[in-house]
Design a binder for this molecule. Structure first.
Ligand code: PA5
Length: 424
């Protein structure tokens, strides 16, 4: 992975260097706010190997008896999984592998109705994931999907098909799992939801879907090696955090994450949650948005080029396309495309990216270019870890606790009042 800041004016960067190093040192020394939620920093070098083996064993069992694994969770309990799964499974999967189907990440009755209908014809298992064990969206979905599972297989076999990932000791889901005898996996106490893809939260469903979790973990380990270096010059995560904060103080309130490989669409969704829930508090924060190009160049591209100059971009470039096509010569050339004959699609896409960067930089949109080798579980693991370190440093520089999410409670309180939940 490499990062290029050539399209940012760095003349003021020196004044952010010290602050970014202080923030980084608070993160590494675990003496800043939210320091009881920093278990993710060295988790990949510190896995619970007994649980890791159980994850592999449970995945084999799921693969052996299920067409689908219904992965029930919201926010950090599903976005990392979805990001890797979506990037790795291909646009038109023809695979005989166990498919991950997501539920409990919204409250649509239509979605659940159609899901239950779809599942009737399928062999399936459930992985319900909630750190608190009390979140409404997954709790409702679990109630419905479990009912169907029990109807289909009977209560005893259903127990063999339900896997619960939750707190080690507490919460409604933990109590339910213990009472019913479901196999449980742990969301570690010191890892918050949006940092939890490196725990059983992400590893179990990804492994069940046939993704190489050893490589995913190896990517995180590479991240630890590269982005925990205590040196501004050698650590691009510290540099990036410093530059984001410099741009923000210069009036850039929005960061746009851009990809030219739409397989990364849910990586952007994961990234949005990571940055929004970590930084957006106390009236502060850089608003994270994302675009998939070139699709969105024909949509919000206009705004990026020409709208209010309050944004900067981070572009993710994939160095090596896994699959490619070469444009052929056409004897009639009625579409006028022969000037591209002999060119690969990846070449055309790269020129679209380079052209867009030139245009946006000309339009006063500072541009950061982040290159990953390929779309593999290893590269994604390293990328995730990079952004996690960045958000920790960046949040501390901003003066917020990046590891809580107090604002998420407000909608719940209002919703529970309207729903008549006891105690509200
Ligand atoms: O990052 C976070 O902590 C949140 O996004 C949570 O993951 C999300 O709210 C789901 O919480 P839980 O896993 O407790 O159901």
């Amino acid at each position: 992975m490499k990062i290029d800041f050539n399209n940012v004016d760095l003349s003021n960067l020196n004044s952010y260097k010290e602050k970014s190093l202080e923030a980084f040192s608070s993160l590494m020394n675990k003496d800043g706010e939210g320091n009881d939620f920093l278990g993710w920093i060295d988790r990949a070098n510190n896995l619970d190997m007994e649980e890791y083996e159980r994850i592999k064993k449970a995945s084999k069992k799921i693969q052996g008896n299920s067409d689908c694994l219904v992965t029930i969770g919201i926010g950090g309990s599903y976005l990392g999984t979805k990001a890797v799964d979506y990037a790795m499974k291909g646009y038109f999967p023809k695979s005989d592998k166990t498919e991950l189907i997501y539920a409990g990440y919204q409250i649509s009755g239509e979605y659940l109705y159609e899901l239950l209908d779809y599942l009737k014809e399928k062999e399936f298992s459930i992985n319900v994931i909630s750190k608190s064990g009390t979140t409404t969206e997954p709790a409702i979905a679990f109630r419905f999907v479990k009912e169907l599972l029990e109807e289909k297989y009977g209560k005893e076999e259903a127990k063999e098909r339900i896997f619960v990932t939750t707190d080690r000791q507490k919460g409604a889901l933990k109590d339910l799992a213990d009472k019913e005898g479901y196999e449980t996996f742990v969301v570690p106490d010191d890892i918050g939801g949006r940092f939890s893809v490196i725990s059983a939260v992400g590893l179990l469903p990804l492994c069940a879907a046939g993704i190489d979790i050893d490589k995913f973990v190896a990517g995180f380990r590479k991240g630890i090696e590269n982005f925990t270096k205590d040196s501004f010059e050698e650590n691009e995560a510290i540099q990036y955090a410093a530059i984001r904060n410099m741009l923000h103080e210069d009036g850039k309130d929005i960061e746009v994450l851009v990809n030219y490989e739409p397989k990364l669409k849910y990586v952007s969704e994961w990234w949005k949650q990571l940055f929004a829930e970590s930084e957006g508090k106390d009236g502060k924060g850089i608003f994270p948005v994302s675009v998939n190009n070139t699709t969105d160049l024909h949509s919000v591209g206009q705004m990026i080029q020409d709208g209010k100059r309050n944004l900067f971009e981070t572009v993710i470039k994939v160095q090596k396309a896994d699959k490619d096509l070469t444009i052929k010569e056409d004897s009639e050339n009625l579409d006028g495309l022969n000037y591209l004959a002999g060119r690969d699609m990846s070449f055309v896409n790269e020129k679209a990216m380079e052209g867009t960067i030139i245009a946006h930089v000309k339009g006063q949109v500072p541009n950061i270019l982040l290159t990953i080798d390929d779309v593999s579980s290893e590269s994604l693991g390293e990328l995730f870890y990079f952004f996690e370190i960045v958000v920790g440093v960046s949040g501390y520089m901003l003066g917020v606790n990046p590891f809580n999410q107090p604002g998420v409670e407000e909608y719940k309180t209002q919703m529970f009042k309207l729903l008549g939940k006891p105690g509200y």
